[in-house]
Design a protein around this ligand. Structure first.
Ligand SMILES: [Zn+2]
Length: 225
């Protein structure tokens, strides 16, 4: 066994593990290879304006629809522990936030049970990188998710809306950092908008002037499907 470890160590020293594109496995140090990156850049914020109708948030920005390479990238970030994908997605998203008003960023919190299970909040990873790129403060720890609503992918639209009602609450009383400010709510995917809408309502009722939502991807299916 010792020899085996020694041998593996020697092999890694001579041939370091090859880094690969997160989408197509092509060798290379970048998160996405040039081909996949240009594919991702070709998608755009189609449908974003429609998703704002009837929502409490005023703006919605995204890289593109939750399909193809973008869907796979989000999946890698969310379910495969590939945290470095957050930085690459944030770089694509940042110019779209920079074009609109926003003073600070609030990532959609995960429920504590879900956070323990996953070990990280993918929305917070995205928010942290966006904050760095845009020079905006990232506010965490003020809002708590009261129910693990993320498991709602299997629910229909009406069930989802009921499921997220009162899904968030303030963790502490007192003056909030977003009082009188314009907030960006950041999440990985927007499906019906119910989750982002519920958090937006809470932020607005607690002093935010306006809320925009920034997500990597917007669900490709119609919200009424
Ligand atoms: Zn690739």
């Amino acid at each position: 066994v010792a020899l085996r470890f020694w041998w593996d160590g020697l092999v890694e020293l001579i041939w370091p593990p090859v880094q690969r594109c997160e989408l197509c496995d092509a060798p290379g140090a970048a998160v996405f290879c040039p081909v996949c990156l240009s594919d991702l850049r070709r998608t755009d914020g189609v449908g974003a304006a429609l998703q704002c109708a009837g929502q409490p948030f005023e703006r919605l920005v995204c890289i593109g629809l939750h399909q193809g390479g973008l869907r796979k990238a989000v999946h890698r970030l969310k379910y495969c522990g590939r945290r470095r994908v957050a930085g690459a997605l944030a770089s694509m998203l940042a110019p779209r936030l920079a074009a609109a008003e926003g003073d600070l960023i609030v990532p959609v919190p995960l429920h504590a049970a879900r956070l323990r299970e996953r070990g990280y909040n993918q929305a917070e990873l995205l928010a942290d990188r966006l904050g760095e790129l845009l020079g905006l403060p990232v506010v965490t720890g003020w809002v708590e998710r009261t129910r693990p609503t993320e498991a709602q992918a299997r629910l229909g639209r009406q069930e989802r809306l009921v499921n997220v009602r009162d899904a968030f609450c303030l963790r502490r009383p007192g003056p909030v950092p977003w009082e009188g400010r314009c907030v960006w709510v950041v999440d990985d995917v927007l499906t019906t908008g119910a989750t982002a809408g519920a958090l937006t309502s809470l932020l607005l009722s607690a002093g935010a002037v306006s809320v925009g939502v920034a997500v990597a991807a917007v669900s490709a299916s119609s919200p009424d499907a």
